[in-house]
Design a protein around this ligand. Sequence first.
Ligand code: ATP
Ligand code: MG
Length: 559
Amino acid sequence: MNHEEFADNHFIRTIIEDDLKNGKYQSIITRFPPEPNGYLHIGHAKSICLNFGLAHIYNGQCNLRFDDTNPEKESDEYVRSIMEDVQWLGFKWAGEPHYASDYFEQLYQYAEHLIEQGLAYVDELNADEMREYRGTLTEAGKESPYRNRTVTENLDLFRRMRAGEFEDGSKTLRLKIDMASGNLNMRDPVIYRIRRVHHHRTGDQWCIYPMYDYTHCLSDAIEHITHSICTLEFEAHRPLYDWVIEHVDSPSTPHQYEFSRLELLYSITSKRKLNQLVQQQYVSGWDDPRMPTISGMRRRGYTPAGLRLFAKRVGVSKSENVVDMDVLEGAIREDLEHTAPRMMAVLRPLKVEITNFDESKIQGKTAAYHPEKPEFGERELKLAPTIYIEADDFAIDPPKGWKRLVAGGEVRLRHSYVMKCEEVVQDSNGNITALKCSIDYDTLGKNPEDRKVKGVIHWLPENTAVKAQVRLYDRLFTEPRPDAVRGEDGEYRDFIEFLNPESQTVITAFVEPIAQTLQPESHWQFERLGYFVTDRFDHKENAIVFNHTVTLRDTWKKK
Ligand code: ATP
Ligand code: MG
């Protein structure tokens, strides 16, 4: 990876460059802090490229830290998938992965220290009361009647919370900041709650768990993170971030910077909603090729370099980052154009019998698997008495400007002869079942002298073509912003309503024999059709499975 691969000229790079120039830091440490409550999606890919990219560009380091403070939703499966996705994207975290749960004891000690300074108290308001006391944006909150307990009483209660003496939800530990603050996050935020839930790493060791706002800044401080980069919704949490760091004996003083989150049209970037698609089986799993998850996109045939190029192109800023699908597809296509070898495949076959086939006169032609990459090798393509062409490449009533085959017309077979349609074979219902065509033996590698043949179509010899399952994909949703559509009553409609019922079509197609030798996750262009990849899990030597990655040109807008 080189530096040019990452988003440039953005405000976070300017800040870092200044910090390094001024000697505020000798080197930088960033982190990518996912909560292991789902698989990573395209929005996370942006954040990964940003955080790991900055560390790469400025010779710093980037930590992977699991922000695992909500045990009921988290699991090892998610931890494993996140590590796999980050590595697959091409990044390496510094040292071992970190876990916020590794710091639970230290966070607890900081909390006791805050209590000792009179800066935290044990509260007994229930959730409803808490909300009521909190006030609104225009109205100051009210102080809890438990706010003025003594330090001794608070320490005793907090220790007993930890020891498991109280019921779930019956008490919380809150910071004592300011119930009248204009920033709601500063109105005595809860930093610990009692919850008897098994944690995927700490087991049943804890029955109190720290809250995100308290955990995150201190985890950053413990890891000596210099630039803590998050999405804009956390801007209003920054004063709290700074408050906590300032009031504990913090090992370092990290700073938080916010950028706008990526939103991809016709897609969804919320783990909770993606989880719903999986749980309710609208898709086959988190890695269904239609999913905007990293593992789904991988299975679809998207490439790490293509995704990194996408992240560079969407950039980093504080203004809205709503991006069309064609930006993503364009980046993937651009990578595959130079890296994927090409073969011919026929998705919807129409049989063609060559009426003047003469074995002694037929010549094969070698064709490279990629026009610019001789290292990809070549193969011989040789006509057979029967071939397959794409049903779409023949029309009885062609539209204007049609360059492909018609009855009585001619086309060139790619890497082979010019062929003329002599006869259309139809069944009693008028369906075209086959064509009978003749070839012009004088056209291999050269144009006929007396006439122009414009069209070139792909084809496969029947005797060597191999069957393959091909999975074609369309957009998963029919609405550009499926989770932001309001009904007549003004309420948001359920995004499930906007699932595209035709987002997947499975067909049996024909491909070249080389497909039998391919490993899973081999990227190929099917000439004239698009980019395809052998399925990561289902493709086998004797059961070829290709997934459609992306079209050859941008067809997205025309749909
Ligand atoms: P989700 O709403 O999907 O659960 P999240 O922000 O809760 O997203 P985290 O696991 O906390 O998910 O995210 C890890 C990191 O990825 C955070 O730093 C977060 O800011 C960043 N991130 C998440 N979603 C996006 C997005 N759409 N665009 C850019 N960065 C994102
Ligand atoms: Mg989050």
